[in-house]
Ligand binder design. Structure first.
Ligand SMILES: Cc1cc2nc3c(=O)[nH]c(=O)nc-3n(C[C@H](O)[C@H](O)[C@H](O)COP(=O)(O)OP(=O)(O)OC[C@H]3O[C@@H](n4cnc5c(N)ncnc54)[C@H](O)[C@@H]3O)c2cc1C
Length: 380
């Protein structure tokens, strides 16, 4: 089925060029990055050199002022070619927008050009050991001291953590005020008192560098505050729509890739004297999977259109995040089953699709948190 998104000739050219870029600059190195548990810093630089990072950023800050479809194309193509550990979407479409939306002109001029060129890699640090789904329970705090703030506390599970040069950090500036006491700061790597743990060993998404971050009497100038004191939670909530949309896009494309890998495999694998594809179980399984994928795609592209039109669709995007990420997990698991024992071997990409899918129902808000948002919208 043809996609409903209004891809222009320019978008198609971007898609074609970026597809070649991923094939030459990511795919050949991806196994090495998985082995090293980190992607290369150079890949961000090369993406920046070619205009693939933060394409939406205004020209005066080094971007192309492009529309959201360019972000969709970049995020999808990385996942489509099986390189999803390159968290360019997090850099470009989750973290940089905090600076683009809430930054002053001076802050934008200071940080966006580096983000766009790939010289400065971005991360966002919200989660704490005692505050994941319940973000308002965070305890990392910043206390004013003259023209600075002194930050103490820690964050966990921070993506792009090792590579990060700039971290959008959520802290409490008024611990007694609950969510209204949360403020965002940009903390630069190398600031005294800011350290990172070794990578957190994970069961999947190995190429993605995930760390804990520690702040011990970390002095940050007041001009690094983003969005004003006490507005942090509001800023985080406003950006949830795009964050969940991006995660859903990666989940959708990954499910599509699982189907593609499996369609190829079942035609080649011979069991009981005939191709696996000739068994009704295989056909029905893949027919069900293809149907789920199509439903996800239709829903998601609708949401992309509405998001581009500036509509507030947090409810619907939460439905997509919940359903599509769960669907991706169902699809990855069922596809792996059709590979038999080979599906459990690292040599077969489907095994990685399965392990990498698992976290999708957890980060950017768990499936349970999505259901809380959806049920609230139902007036429950
Ligand atoms: C690989 C990875 C990368 C990540 N990257 C980042 C990042 O870059 N930046 C960042 O800030 N965070 C990041 N996270 C953190 C992620 O967003 C959190 O793990 C997630 O929000 C869940 O929080 P938690 O792990 O503390 O689980 P918890 O909140 O402890 O949840 C445990 C279980 O309880 C359920 N639960 C919680 N509350 C309720 C409720 N009210 N009702 C019913 N069930 C409930 C949850 O759904 C879950 O099943 C990352 C996590 C991972 C694993």
């Amino acid at each position: 089925m043809e996609r409903i998104l209004p891809f222009s000739n320019e978008h198609k050219m971007l898609q074609e060029a970026f597809s070649k870029f991923v094939a030459s600059e990511m795919v050949p190195y991806y196994d090495e990055w998985e082995e090293n548990s980190i992607v290369s810093r150079e890949v961000f630089r090369k993406m920046g050199d070619n205009g693939y990072l933060c394409p939406w950023v205004e020209e005066k800050y080094g971007g192309a002022g492009a529309d959201f479809l360019c972000s969709v194309i970049v995020a999808e193509e990385i996942a489509r070619q099986g390189c999803r550990g390159v968290f360019a979407w997090l850099h470009s479409d989750l973290v940089a927008p905090y600076i683009g939306t809430y930054g002053t002109d001076e802050q934008k001029a200071r940080w966006l050009p580096g983000a766009t060129s790939g010289e400065k890699i971005l991360a966002v640090a919200m989660t704490e050991p005692g505050a994941g789904s319940d973000l308002a329970a965070m305890r990392t705090k910043a206390v004013k001291d003259g023209n600075d703030y002194i930050i103490n506390g820690s964050k966990v599970f921070i993506s792009n953590g090792v590579l990060a040069d700039l971290v959008v950090l959520a802290v409490k500036t008024d611990p007694g005020a609950g969510a209204k006491g949360i403020t965002l700061f940009v903390v630069e790597d190398g600031t005294p008192g800011f350290t990172k743990s070794k990578q957190i060993p994970k069961v999947g998404l190995h190429a993605q560098d995930t760390v804990e971050m520690f702040f011990e009497d970390c002095r940050v100038p007041a001009e690094n505050m983003l969005g004003g004191e006490g507005n942090g939670f509001k800023c985080l909530m406003e950006k949830l729509q795009q964050e969940r949309l991006m995660v859903s896009l990666v989940a959708q494309v990954s499910a599509e890739r699982c189907l593609e890998l499996t369609l190829n495999y079942v035609k080649e694998r011979v069991v009981f004297g005939k191709p696996l594809s000739k068994f009704q179980n295989t056909q029905f399984t893949l027919a069900e999977i293809a149907s789920e994928i199509q439903v996800g795609r239709s829903f998601l592209d609708q949401l992309v259109l509405q998001h581009m039109a500036g509509k507030s669709i947090v409810q619907e995007v939460s439905m997509a995040k919940y359903w599509i990420c769960e669907m991706e997990n169902r699809v990855a698991s069922r596809c792996l089953q059709l590979f038999g024992g080979y599906g459990f071997c690292k040599e077969y990409e489907i095994s990685r699709m399965w392990t990498d899918a698992r976290v999708q129902t957890i980060y950017a808000g768990t499936s349970e948190v999505m259901k809380m948002v959806i049920s609230r919208g139902l007036g429950l």
